[in-house]
Ligand binder design. Structure first.
Ligand code: FNR
Length: 340
C-alpha cells in the first residue's frame, strides 16, 4: 500500500470512526470543595514538557503530513497552534525523509508558527540519522518517537519485527540535541514499559491511552479480513495514568479521547502535566475556520480555569494534590494491578 493513500485513509477513517469516549474518565470523580478560597483570576495554565515551557497544557498531537491534503491540514493546525499558543506535534516524518518532495507539508508548520513549540515525530524504527533530519526539517523543539505495535500488526502492510526498539530509542536520546519523548498512539502504557523507557533517558512520556481515536478499528477498515476481536485492545487513558502513578521522574502527557476541560483537569489530577488531543483538532480544522477554532480552544481553556477554581488550585502542578475517587473498571484495574 502506497504511503500517501494510507495517510489519506487514516484521516478519513479517523473522522468516520470518531472518538469512542471509553477512556475511563467517567470513573474519576473529584471530591467537591465548598470552601476553595480561590479566584479564577489567579489561575495559571502554564506548564512544561521535558523542560520546555508551555502557556497551555493542551498539545495538538501528532497526526499528519506527506501529501497535498495533509499540507493544508498541517497549515491549519499550525495557525491554530500559533493563535492559541498551543504546542503542536507533526505526524510521522518518515514520508518526507524517504521522499524529500513532500517536506513542505511538514515545514509549513514552522513557517506559519516561527516561534511556537513544535515537536518532530518518527516511529521507533527510525535511525539516529533519520531522527536528526526530522528535527532539523522543522527546527523542532523536541522529538516524539511513537510506539504503535498493535497498529502495525493489524495494518495489512505493517511491520512484523519489533526487535531493537529500546536500543534505537537510547541511541536517539544520546544524539539528538532536544528533549525526546516517547508516545503511544492509543493502546496505552503499562508501568513496566514506562519504567524501561525512563531508564533509556527519555524526558517525557505520552501515555496515548485507548478510548479516543482507535487505530485497531482504523486499520481493520483497511483489511480484507478484519481482526475485529482486537478493537478493544489496550489500556485506557485512565488505566495508563494509574499505571504510571509511581513514575515521577518524567513529565507525563495524557492523550486518548480528550475533548473537554473536565477530562483535561481529571488527567492532570492523575499526574499528567499536559494533555494531547489529536482527533478532536483534526475535526476542528476540517469543519471550522480559524476564528471559530480559536474560540473553541478559548472555551476549553475557560472550562479548565473554572474547574481549577472550583477545586481551589491555581496552578497545573498542584492539581495532582486534589483528592479523586476512582470507581468502576478503572478502580478494578488499579486493584488487580496493586496500584494504591
Ligand atoms: C494519529 N496519531 C499519530 N501519532 C504519531 O505519533 N504519529 C503519527 O503519524 C500519527 N498519525 C495520526 C493520524 C491521524 C489521522 C490521527 C487521528 C492520529 C495518533 C495521535 O497522535 C494520538 O496519539 C491518537 O490519535 C490518540 O489521541 P486522540 O485522537 O484520541 O485525541
Amino acid at each position: 500500500m502506497e504511503r500517501t493513500s494510507r495517510k489519506r485513509e487514516h484521516i478519513q477513517y479517523a473522522i468516520e470512526t470518531g472518538i469512542s469516549g471509553k477512556h475511563g474518565f467517567e470513573d474519576v470523580k473529584f471530591v467537591h470543595n465548598c470552601i476553595p478560597e480561590s479566584s479564577m483570576a489567579d489561575v495559571s495554565l502554564s506548564t512544561s514538557i521535558g523542560g520546555l515551557d508551555l502557556s497551555s497544557p493542551i498539545l495538538i498531537n501528532a497526526m499528519t503530513g506527506g501529501t497535498g491534503e495533509t499540507y493544508e491540514i498541517n497549515r491549519r493546525l499550525a495557525l491554530l497552534a500559533e493563535g492559541a499558543g498551543l504546542a503542536m506535534a507533526v505526524g510521522s516524518q518518515m514520508a518526507a525523509i524517504k521522499e524529500p518532495s513532500v517536506q513542505s507539508s511538514f515545514s509549513v508548520v514552522r513557517e506559519v508558527n516561527p516561534n511556537g513549540i513544535i515537536f518532530a515525530n518518527l516511529g521507533a524504527e527510525a535511525t539516529t540519522e533519520q531522527a536528526l533530519r526530522a528535527v532539523d526539517m522543522i527546527q523542532a523543539d523536541g522529538l516524539q518517537i511513537h510506539l504503535n505495535v498493535m497498529q502495525e500488526l493489524i495494518m495489512p502492510e505493517g511491520d512484523r519485527d519489533f526487535r531493537g526498539v529500546c536500543k534505537r530509542i537510547e541511541d536517539i536520546v544520546k544524539i539528538v540535541h532536544c528533549p525526546v519523548f516517547v508516545k503511544e498512539v492509543g493502546f496505552g502504557m503499562s508501568k513496566n514499559a514506562a519504567q524501561r523507557l525512563v531508564d533509556l533517558g527519555i524526558q517525557a512520556i505520552d501515555i496515548g491511552g485507548a478510548g479516543g481515536t482507535n487505530f485497531a478499528e482504523i486499520e481493520n477498515r483497511r483489511r480484507m479480513i478484519p481482526l475485529e476481536m482486537l478493537n478493544d485492545w489496550g489500556l485506557t487513558t485512565v488505566q495508563s495514568l494509574l499505571e504510571l502513578s509511581s513514575i515521577t521522574k518524567v513529565d507525563k502527557v495524557a492523550t486518548g479521547g480528550i475533548t473537554n476541560g473536565l477530562e483535561i483537569v481529571k488527567a492532570l489530577a492523575l499526574g499528567a502535566t499536559s494533555v494531547g488531543m489529536a482527533g478532536f483538532f483534526l475535526r476542528l480544522v476540517k469543519d471550522f475556520d480559524l476564528e471559530e477554532g480559536l474560540s473553541v480552544v478559548s472555551r476549553i481553556h475557560e472550562q479548565v480555569r473554572l474547574i481549577m477554581t472550583a477545586l481551589g488550585v491555581s496552578n497545573i502542578y498542584t492539581i495532582s494534590d486534589v483528592p479523586v475517587v476512582i470507581s468502576g473498571d478503572s478502580y478494578h484495574w488499579a486493584a488487580m494491578r496493586g496500584i494504591d
